[in-house]
Design a protein around this ligand. Structure first.
Ligand SMILES: Nc1ncnc2c1ncn2[C@@H]1O[C@H](COP(=O)(O)OP(=O)(O)O)[C@@H](O)[C@H]1O
Ligand SMILES: [Mg+2]
Length: 398
């Protein structure tokens, strides 16, 4: 349940094209995250799926049915927003009952006092109470049912809002930055809760966030968007390790991937900072950008590797970049060392073990080694150029 297909979705506000032809298939039961910088069109795309916004061109189909002209309430989707949108004057139980009352009771049956004595109302009310009890159990919010939103913590309110969305048993949950109002610790905790909830429900989740770490930790697949375009749709590990585009590589990962300018010659050799990569590319000669993740670099001192930041093969310690320590940023389990390279223009960020950097201070000279086979190469158009096996054993550098 919950198979959703978007084809050729375009959206313009006046003369501004906000979505430029999005094709995206969301598999039944998957946790798919739309991620990208603020303003790239994520919310607009989600609102089009929900039917809250009409697309300028393209089709939305849910469970094989084209829903282009179908009203939001008839799409069988549940939308959870960053503002919880709970009724403040109603208890959690009544908040959860409201969508069921609107869907299952007639206008007469909903009348105060009189309604409950009309035929059929009692049975429907009992079924609704049963549904609320079941959902409350899944979300572990039974003790909160009698409280009003003002008496709940941020995380509890979030769960109550989810509960209200869940009672209708939608084919898919659409969530637009639902954790952004929570403090940092609770946000990390709720990531785990949402992932577990997704596993328990087996429902389709479409989740929107600008936070790449949130996207990587929770999703089955990640759709990276930028400027109204879908740049890559892949598993979190593929998006991180094999980004299709320079913009994806730069957006995913924190601290950011190191990007250095290089060149690709007619023989397919990639050079940067006066050295040549072992692996060759089969692409025409051009200026390229070489991406090196901080964990694929290591600091080397007097021929020995002092940081465990990378898998640097023995014997390669001599093949290093010379740099000067600019800054050490301490994060507890890791230290990120920022080094200015000898040419003074480029800087590299290297992940290090805290113990390994204890003796280092800004201004110290360091040598930086690079893990073999880890460099990512992007062409002049931004697309990644795959590298093959070592073309020539003599090019024994990186
Ligand atoms: N109703 C609207 N009218 C005009 N422009 C809009 C409207 N809604 C969104 N936009 C514009 O569309 C772009 C994408 O917005 P949005 O989908 O909210 O991005 P995101 O959720 O990725 O931050 C932004 O430039 C935004 O200003
Ligand atoms: Mg948004």
């Amino acid at each position: 349940m919950g198979h959703i297909v978007l084809s050729g979705i375009e959206k313009s506000f006046g003369a501004t094209a906000v979505l430029k032809g999005i094709d995206l298939e969301i598999r039944a039961g998957e946790f798919l995250t739309l991620v990208g910088p603020s303003g790239c069109g994520k919310s607009t795309l989600l609102r089009i799926v929900a039917g809250l916004e009409a697309q300028t061109a393209g089709d939305v189909s849910i469970e094989g049915r084209n829903v282009n002209g179908v009203r939001p309430s008839d799409r069988d989707l549940a939308m959870v927003f960053q503002s919880y949108a709970l009724y403040p004057h109603l208890t959690v139980r009544k908040n959860m009952l409201t969508p069921l009352r609107l869907r299952d009771l007639t206008a007469w049956q909903r009348l105060p006092l009189v309604g409950r004595f009309l035929p059929g109302t009692a049975a429907k009310l009992a079924a609704m109470q049963q549904t609320v009890a079941e959902v409350a159990e899944v979300l572990k919010i039974e003790p909160l049912l009698a409280r009003k939103p003002g008496q709940l913590s941020g995380g509890q309110r979030q769960r109550a809002a989810l509960g209200r969305a869940m009672v209708r048993r939608p084919v898919a949950f659409l969530m637009d930055e639902p954790l952004s109002n929570l403090d940092a610790a609770l946000r990390v905790h709720m990531r785990t809760e949402l992932t577990e909830l997704h596993r328990r429900l087996g429902a389709t989740f479409i989740y929107v966030t600008h936070d790449q770490a949130e996207a990587l930790t929770m999703s089955s697949r990640v759709a990276v968007m930028m400027d109204g375009e879908l740049l890559q749709l892949d598993t979190p590990s593929r998006v991180y390790a094999a980004p299709a585009d320079l913009r994806v590589a730069a957006f995913v990962g924190s601290p950011r991937i190191n990007l250095l300018s290089g060149s690709l010659d007619a023989a397919g050799r990639v050079s940067l900072l006066g050295r040549t990569l072992r692996r060759a590319a089969s692409a025409p000669p051009q200026a390229v950008t070489v991406g090196l993740r901080p964990e694929h670099l290591a600091v080397v001192s007097q021929g020995a590797i002092v940081s465990q930041g990378a898998v640097v093969p023995e014997g390669e310690a001599g093949e290093t970049f010379a740099g000067t320590v600019r800054h050490l940023s301490y994060l507890g389990s890791d230290v990120f060392l920022h080094a200015a390279l000898a040419d003074g223009r480029e800087e590299l960020v290297v992940r290090c073990d805290p113990e390994a950097t204890e003796s280092l201070s800004p201004g110290d000279a360091v040598a930086i080694a690079q893990a073999r086979g880890a460099a990512l190469v992007f062409g002049a158009d931004g697309a990644r150029i795959p590298l093959g096996e070592a073309a020539d054993a003599a090019l024994e550098v990186a």
